[in-house]
Design a protein around this ligand. Structure first.
Ligand code: S3P
Length: 430
């Protein structure tokens, strides 16, 4: 539980923990090489630890050394049958990416998650994997986890036209494609994050990608190389927005990933009037990194272009917090994917903001947030709905208020950002 009574300011220089998406991929893709790969600045959050535990259960050997994980890869054909159900906890990335890998293995496996994961749509991976020749089944007519995979089927490459812009689906199929005979092509309706493609390219895979198009030609042995995981932009976003909405504030976040398929929130905030600077841009293991500075700003509302939703999909809760203090109505539409995240984020945001006295209109595919520079915040008891990004967004929002705000069910923050509360409380002052 978190109890916050503002108003606060926030100042300081920090780093945020390693990127969650890249951490998952680093251990999964390193396992597919035959090499020893040192992964520095790995995110030891609940989600990534679940992926690590599952890899161990299918025969991957690793060591942990401070903030590094050292993986000894198995190659494509040396994974072994697990003796238990593979539990992914709250992690959609784990269940979807690992399904792609397990369909390429020659044994049976069962994947299951917590209540949230077992209610999220899995037909989006079960159907295309089946079309590649996999024997994979799910609960409720192959639409939900638990998922059962009977491995040992030779997969066939295929051209997939997927109906939802999802990096999890694209990555699942890309990983399965590495085990397949023939070429796999994936065409998405919009561009989604490209960490899998970048890492496979870094490991020497035969992969081509351009915007909505990805092509995988299997047969190249992957060559494992050491990886440094940049700070997670999605975690940095909480501190960026805190500095922007709070008075007399300045924050510097060092070594943060600014992959263009992830960092579009910066452009949106700048268009809203935010003072943000990006410094010391560089590339490390095929990913862009920089230091980000953000200052107290006066914001105006914005109409977010529907096309960019996949670029900011994880940042919509914290963008909504910025919107609450931006003059006018911020419209976020074309975002129905938010309904099938760790919680129904459209409902979570609209319910909790309305409790605080911030007027929010809920649409089937988005939100209309009525913002004011001098927005008042009512004393309230809020819930995170067990969703880490809702919990952290509400905590940032509460810093701005003058009354006590309580947020229950905040343990879920460990899903992506262990140590968030300590970091935040060190940086804020009255
Ligand atoms: C992720 C992709 C996104 C994102 C999730 C992590 C990934 O999901 O919301 O937090 O690591 O591939 P979708 O691409 O399925 O929308």
């Amino acid at each position: 539980m978190l109890k916050i009574c503002g108003p606060y300011k926030i100042n300081g220089t920090i780093e945020v923990p390693g990127d969650k998406s890249i951490s998952h991929r680093s251990i999964i893709l390193s396992s597919l090489t035959k090499d020893k790969v040192i992964i520095n600045n790995f995110l030891f959050s609940d989600d990534c630890i679940n992926t690590l535990k599952i890899l161990k259960k299918i025969g991957v050997k690793y060591q942990i050394d401070k903030d590094a994980v050292i993986i000894q890869g198995c190659g494509l054909s040396n994974f072994s049958e697990p003796d238990d159900i593979l539990y992914t906890g709250n992690s959609g990335t784990s269940i979807r990416l690992l399904s792609g890998l397990l369909c390429g293995c020659n044994f049976m496996s069962i994947l299951s998650g917590d209540k949230s994961v077992n209610n999220r749509p899995m037909d989006r991976i079960i159907k295309p994997l089946t079309e590649m020749g996999a024997k994979i089944f799910g609960r409720l007519n192959n639409s939900k986890a638990p998922i059962v995979i009977f491995g040992g089927r030779k997969l066939k490459g295929k051209r997939h036209e997927i109906s939802v812009a999802s990096a999890q689906v694209k990555s699942c199929l890309t990983i399965a494609a590495l085990f397949a005979d023939g070429i796999t092509e994936i065409i998405q309706p919009e561009i989604s994050r490209d960490h899998t493609e970048r890492m496979l390219e870094y490991f020497g895979a035969n992969i081509e990608y351009d915007g909505k198009y990805t092509k995988i030609i299997p047969g190249n042995d992957l060559k494992g190389k050491d990886i440094f995981i940049p700070g997670d932009f999605s975690s940095a976003a909480f501190f960026i927005v805190a500095a922007i909405i709070l008075k007399n504030s300045k924050i510097i976040i060092k070594n943060t990933g600014i992959n263009p398929t992830r960092s579009l929130l910066l452009d949106i905030l700048i268009k809203m009037g935010a003072k943000i600077e990006i410094k010391n841009k560089r590339i490390k293991n095929n990913e862009e990194i920089a230091d980000i500075e953000a200052y107290s700003s006066n914001l105006n509302a914005i109409k977010v272009d529907e096309k960019v939703i996949p670029y900011i999909i994880d940042e919509i809760p914290i963008l909504s917090v910025a919107a609450a203090f931006a003059q006018g109505v911020t419209e976020i539409r074309g975002a129905k994917e938010l309904r099938v995240k760790e919680s129904d984020r459209i409902k979570s945001i609209s319910n909790e903001f309305n409790k605080l006295g911030i007027k929010v209109k809920e649409y089937p595919d988005g939100l209309g947030i009525h913002g004011k520079a001098n927005q008042k915040i009512n004393s309230s008891n809020l819930t995170s709905y067990g969703d880490h990004r809702i919990a952290m967004s509400l905590a940032v929002l509460a810093l701005k208020g003058e009354e006590v705000v309580q947020i229950s069910n905040t343990r879920c923050i460990n899903t992506s950002f262990p140590g968030f509360e300590e970091k935040l409380f060190k940086l804020i002052s009255k």
